[in-house]
Write a protein that binds this ligand. Structure first.
Ligand code: NDP
Length: 277
C-alpha cells in the first residue's frame, strides 16, 4: 500500500511542500502520496487523530498549528522540545508519534552545504524572536558560533530566549535599536519582509564580507536582502531552508536523504517563470 503523508496548515494553498516531496519521491524511487490539507483553527488534534487512524504515516505542520502538533506528539526530539514547536510528525514502528522540528536543520544545511557559508567561530545576528528563531537556535548553536545575538522589535521576547537557551551556548539579546556592530552572518528571522518592511538596522551590524540571509523567499530579493546587498554583503533568501527542512522530514520518514540542490533549482526556476508570466 502507498504510504500517505500530508502538510497541514491554514492557509495552505500556497504550500510548496507537495511539489518538494513529490520531487524527493521521484528522485529516490519511493512510493508515497503527499497532500495539502486545510484545517480550521482549533481543529488540529481531531484532524491528526483521524489522519493517523486512517493509516497516515507522517505530517508536516505549518502555521498556525506547530504548537498544537507539539502537544499532540507522544515524544519529542531535543530540538523540538527546545523549540517548543513541531513541524514534522512521524509514526514510529511501535505506534507512537514522534514530533520533530526540522526548520533549524534546514537553515543550517542551506547555509553550510548549499551556500558554502561558515557558522563555526563566526558572530551571528538573528533578527526576530518568534517561532522561527526558537526553532533555529539549537541547530545554530550546535555549529559552535563565536556568538549569537538575538535582536527583536519587542526586546523582552529576545531576552526570554537568552534565558531559555543560555545553557546551550553563547547568546545575548537586545532590541533592534541597541544591536552591537560587526556580525559575520545576519539572519532575518522576523516577519518584516512579509510586510515589505526592513527592520531598522545600522549598517554597522554588517562586518566586512558579511553574509545576509532572509528566511522569507520569493521571486524577488526582500527589502532586507536589497539593503544588505547595497552594503556589499552576499545574500540569500529562505527557499533553501524550506527545501532543507523538507529533506530532513523526508529522512525522518523514509530513512533516505534526497538531494536538495536539483529541487531547489527547480523551484527557483518555477518562481521566476511565474513572476515573469
Ligand atoms: P512569528 O510570528 O512567530 O514571529 C515574528 C517575529 O517577527 C517576531 O519576532 C516579531 O517581532 C517580528 N516582526 C514582525 N513584523 C516585524 C516588523 N515589521 N519589523 C520587525 N520585526 C517584525 O513568526 P515566525 O518566527 O514563525 O516566522 C518568521 C519569518 O520566518 C516569517 O516571515 C516566516 O515566513 C519565515 N519562515 C521561513 C521558513 C522557511 O522555511 N524559509 C520557516 C519558518 C519561518 P515582535 O516580537 O516584536 O512582534
Amino acid at each position: 500500500m502507498t504510504d500517505c503523508y500530508a502538510v497541514v496548515g491554514n492557509p495552505i494553498a500556497h504550500s510548496l511542500s507537495p511539489r518538494i516531496h513529490g520531487a524527493f519521491a521521484a528522485q529516490t524511487g519511493e512510493d508515497i502520496r503527499y497532500e495539502k490539507r486545510l484545517v480550521e483553527k482549533g481543529g488540529f488534534a481531531d484532524f491528526a487523530r483521524d489522519f493517523f487512524a486512517a493509516g497516515g504515516c507522517g505530517l508536516n505542520v505549518t502555521l498556525p498549528f506547530k504548537l498544537d502538533a507539539c502537544e499532540f506528539a507522544d515524544t519529542l526530539t531535543e530540538r523540538a522540545r527546545a523549540a517548543g514547536a513541531v513541524n514534522t510528525l512521524a509514526l514510529q514502528q511501535n505506534g507512537t508519534l514522534l514530533g520533530d522540528n526540522t526548520d533549524g536543520a534546514g537553515l543550517v544545511a542551506d547555509i553550510k552545504d548549499y551556500l558554502g557559508w561558515a557558522i563555526e567561530d563566526r558572530k551571528l545576528l538573528l533578527l526576530g524572536a518568534g517561532g522561527a528563531t526558537r526553532g533555529a537556535l539549537l541547530p545554530l548553536l550546535a555549529e559552535k558560533p563565536a556568538q549569537i545575538h538575538i535582536a527583536n522589535r519587542t526586546a523582552q521576547k529576545a531576552q526570554q530566549l537568552v534565558q531559555d537557551f543560555s545553557g546551550y551556548g553563547p547568546i545575548s539579546a537586545s532590541g533592534l535599536d541597541a544591536v552591537p556592530a560587526g556580525f559575520d552572518l545576519v539572519v532575518n528571522a522576523s516577519a518584516a519582509s512579509l510586510a515589505g518592511e526592513l527592520p531598522p538596522l545600522s549598517p554597522l551590524v554588517l562586518a566586512t564580507g558579511a553574509w545576509a540571509y532572509d528566511m522569507v523567499y520569493g521571486a524577488e530579493p526582500t527589502p532586507f536582502m536589497r539593503w544588505a546587498e547595497q552594503l556589499g554583503a552576499e545574500t540569500a533568501d529562505g527557499l533553501g531552508m524550506l527545501v532543507g527542512q523538507a529533506a530532513e522530514a523526508f529522512y525522518l520518514w523514509r530513512g533516505l536523504r534526497p538531494a536538495v540542490a536539483p529541487v531547489l533549482e527547480m523551484l527557483r526556476a518555477e518562481l521566476r517563470d511565474k513572476h515573469q508570466a
